[in-house]
Design a protein around this ligand. Structure first.
Ligand SMILES: [Fe+2]
Length: 365
């Protein structure tokens, strides 16, 4: 099964081409963004110009931070209701788009904050437009929204087909202003999503050409954009690979690769993609016996060995300077074991498997 109900406009004046369809979604938009990249990239100005030209009004809600919290989502819902907006435009990295999705669902269903993760409670949504400004999350084509519950120090996702954006606009030029750290971390997030299409027990042969092409694209282009951030062609390739990663997890979901990183983000503030990256080798080694054929085929398609892939990963110098405590491991193990993504592992993963990965990390940190 392959299902993505999102109209995808990719590169070549994507926003211009999508503008007619975006402005047909309603009469007043809530533009959901963070404080910086929407403005620095020029996206905010471009969007407003298109809305203005088509007599659509808007309200800007630009308070979304990295790892959006339930509190921020509820604030956005209040803004939407007060301003009588009838559709949402999420513009930014994964965080503002995930927040925009949740704002749409919560506002349309008048959901209580305590029920926000209860995906089956959503029966309708306001139209959602997603304009990613980084190449990583792939959220522009997924039914997921990952939110942080700051009261319980927990990061978790909700998933509903209603959260698929109607329209995704991918303009590689908006990623030219990304910092090297954000470029690296988000690129690794996209790589995680592609690999998880292989790991997941929902893996689907229809996705394999997309996965192999996406991994190869990142393998070739991530070092290029890190070396020359203004390389528009390489930026475009990274954005395409990130889109592929989103299409993959929309079907295969994520796995331990993501579950194990979430507590590193919610407790220690490790950026999401970096949290995936620092456990990527350990997770691949753990999963290898279950998906050796698929991984061997992947590396054959790259004309490299698994060892050479690890060397490539090593050369990116992903590192964290935090001290992981035993208390953290004991406290967070149950959260990892019970997270939604754990249902998708290629085989049963034990508490000891997870403990070992955290211990390895402790040794490196
Ligand atoms: Fe991710």
């Amino acid at each position: 099964m392959f299902y993505v109900p999102t109209r995808i406009f990719f590169a070549d004046n994507a926003l211009e081409r999508a503008a007619g369809r975006i402005t047909a979604l309603g009469s007043k938009a809530l533009i959901v963004s963070g404080r910086n990249s929407a403005y620095i990239s020029g996206a905010m100005e471009d969007i407003q110009q298109h809305l203005l030209k088509n007599d659509i009004t808007w309200k800007v809600f630009d308070r979304v931070t990295e790892n959006p919290t339930i509190d921020i989502v509820m604030e956005g819902v209040t803004e939407l209701v007060l301003n009588e907006c009838d559709f949402v435009i999420g513009v930014g990295g994964g965080s503002p788009i995930d927040a925009a999705k949740a704002i749409s669902l919560v506002a349309a269903n008048k959901t209580d904050r305590s029920d926000i993760y209860r995906s089956e409670g959503y029966k309708k949504a306001l139209p959602i437009v997603a304009i990613p400004l980084s190449s990583g999350s792939g959220t522009e084509v997924t039914p997921y929204s990952v939110l942080t519950d700051s009261q319980h120090n927990k990061k978790a996702g909700l998933g509903s087909e209603l959260a698929f954006p109607q329209i995704a606009v991918l303009e590689p030029k908006y990623t030219l202003s990304l910092s090297p750290a954000v470029t690296l971390n988000t690129g690794i997030d996209a790589l995680s999503h592609l690999l998880e299409g292989i790991y997941s027990n929902k893996r689907n042969p229809v996705m394999f050409p997309i996965i192999y092409n996406g991994v190869k694209t990142i393998f070739q282009n991530l070092p290029k954009v890190l070396q020359d951030p203004r390389d528009l062609q390489a930026r475009q390739e990274m954005m395409r690979a990130s889109l592929y990663g989103g299409l993959v997890i929309a079907h295969a979901s994520t796995t331990l690769q993501h579950s194990i990183g979430y507590p590193l983000t919610s407790v220690y503030g490790v950026p999401h993609g970096l949290a995936n990256g620092i456990v990527m080798r350990s997770v691949m080694e753990l999963y290898y016996p279950g998906v050796s054929k698929e991984l061997d085929d992947l590396f054959a398609s790259l004309s490299i060995s698994r060892e050479q892939f690890y060397e490539w990963l090593e050369a990116l110098k992903l590192s964290i300077d935090i001290r992981i405590s035993d208390h953290f491991i004991d406290e967070k193990l149950p959260e990892v074991l019970t997270s939604r993504n754990m249902a998708n592992n290629p085989f049963e993963i034990s508490e000891d498997d997870i403990r070992k990965i955290y211990y390895d990390l402790k040794g490196k940190a």
